[in-house]
Design a protein around this ligand. Sequence first.
Ligand code: CDT
Length: 333
Amino acid sequence: MARIITAAAAQLGPIQKAEPRSEAVGRMVQLMERAHKRGVEYLVFPELALTTFFPRYYHEDIAEADIWFETALPSAETAPLFAAAKRFGITFSMGYGEITHAADATGIVRKRRFNTSVIVAPTGEIILKYRKVHLPGHAEYAPLRKVQHLEKRYFEVGDLGFPVIQAPVGTLSGVNLGMMICNDRRWPEAWRVMGLQSVELVSLGYNTPSLNMEATGFEAHHLRVFHSHLSIQAGCYQNATFAIASAKAGKEDGNELFGHSIIVNPQGEIMAMATSWGDELITADCDLDMCTLGRTTIFAFEKHRRPEAYARITDQIGAVAPPVWQGLTDTDG
Ligand code: CDT
């Protein structure tokens, strides 16, 4: 029997700085209701879905930024979302700022902050948690930037790797689910680590500004969306997986996020794309058996991968200069 799930990206329009969580959650519940009417079984909300993209705001004292974080899920404010998922039988994924009190690598228990996403079953149980690994931006106030991007200030690097889990979705008893968050999509390593766990459906939430504030040279605006789609389409094709990429879109207090949420199949094709800058639902019927072709032919990892040639991927972080060619010698033939 075909393994088809009806999936959705629930793009969110802007959330202004003053907008309370209750309002954002209300909009999310409305999207879920619309999704239910379209038969959606799996739905993805963006990164940091409950608030404005707060890393653009500088707090001298990091503890002051705690207002943007969640200490529990569900909470009184997010409970309506969990209730709607139960009512509609929808499995969903969403991003949020997580505060946890847990031991760090040195064994010391302390307050820790992560840029996190979870997959939630209709029962309200957390199926999987992921903490963002590739944090972009900077840790200190950058006076030359028009807009700050302080993810490295507010979040620790995720400590859960890129986990994949097999879980029931809709009528299917087992779907291989994974997650990444925003900037992760640009890193092929993230996709491959999940590909190596036979992922079939990657949830990806993002908040991407229309302008690259770090660019010293010219970057054409249309290339911002192109690079996002290129990364997702390549990741799906090279790892034989579907991805649901769900954006925050539009102007948050004057700061533009480019939207363009997409659903991509294992051939790297875009199956659905958002065209507005508002709350928008895009859906696609994902036939998970499509993952088999790539997985058993050109990307049959067990037959074709050569990890002995990839040592630099894990041994090295930055690029080094190559050796300088010394000219032809007799032994070069
Ligand atoms: N949220 C996030 O990760 N955004 C980045 C752009 C950051 S620019 C400093 C992205 O890759 O879309």
